[in-house]
Ligand binder design. Sequence first.
Ligand code: MG
Length: 425
Amino acid sequence: MPLELILAFLAVVVAVVALAFTLGLRTGQRRLSEDVGQVQTEVRTMRGSVDQISGELGSAQLGELTDMSSRLKALDGRIGELDGQIHELTDAPLIARALEHPRKIALVINPIKQNADQVRLQVSAAVRNAGLPDVTVYETTAEDPGQQMARDALADGADVVIAAGGDGTVRFVAEELAGTDTALGLVPLGTGNLLARNLKMPIQNLEACINTAVHGSTRHIDAVDIRLERQDGQTVHNTFLVIAGAGIDAEVMGDTRDDLKEKAGWLAYGEAGVRHLPGHRKDITLSLDGGAPQRRKVRSIMIANCGELTGGLDFIPEARLDDGLLDVVMLSPRNAFDWLRIAAKTALKINRTIPIMETHQATRVRVQLDEPMISQLDGDATGDVVAIDARIRPDALKVQTPAAAVPDSLAAPAMTEDDAEVVKD
Ligand SMILES: [Mg+2]
């Protein structure tokens, strides 16, 4: 084959290949631009939808959405924190201890008091209903009004020791509990019930007192250490919670006729007070907080931790059970008229001071009596003394007191007929 012919054939083949390549390229380009156009259309459609939604929501609602989103984030963080705290609390030794050792309640009861059997049953039922271990009961005796029983209850690990009896039972049980972590519960079965009165307990309602002892809130009150010195030099150490004294108060409290005491409270003391007036005033030396001795002539000197007596009489209105202070009161009436002035001042809550009724506050009190005077502790006669030393023990005693009332704002409102209709609908 001549060379020209071969060259011409090759030229034709190259031209055909070039044409085919060009045609293929153009088809690819067309398809690609069609795809791009389609995507552009979809983007335009979506943008239109977004514009439409934004328009419908309005800027305020968009702002709200943003705000809600950031609040949700903050809440999520807070939930995380609280979760951590719950874990910490669950591990706290206090809760662990409470779960391990359910509260244990003991009852020290004077079995000869009226209602003693009923109180024993009611306390057992209240403790059982609260899901606590059975109550251990200790009976007081004529020889021991509560001391050894309270010691036994403490040794047995009681968290609350209920004293059910008169002021003597309360005082002897409190003497053992003061300074410990065990709380005193009060079920007043006496005539004075002085501590329960000063704690504003519902002393006429035994069931309420039992509930307070089992479920009430615990508060700290002051106790008072007292040392009484006899004429022969012997000394007696005791604790009291309300009022101690020497002189006419002790004579009156020891001598007041029980029937009058029950019916007339303070009036009975007033009647007995007038009967005891003929006694003369006695010389004493008083020292407050280790200060200089002061001489006085008195018919009575009283050292009080709180001031409410029977018959609704607030004898020392400024005295508080938890102020860390003793209130000292000296009475020096010379005749029936003076006694009436004292009775009127206290019964009518007259603030004006009268010279025959002198008051002081201190944390330590020492009284030396020139001649023996009859004494009393929380209304119990404690014999003749020639010296008294008293010292406050701030917050030494834990006591079960009525739980705080639910404030009106938190209490469920009574349902009216209208409310009932709404609920039915
Ligand atoms: Mg006080």
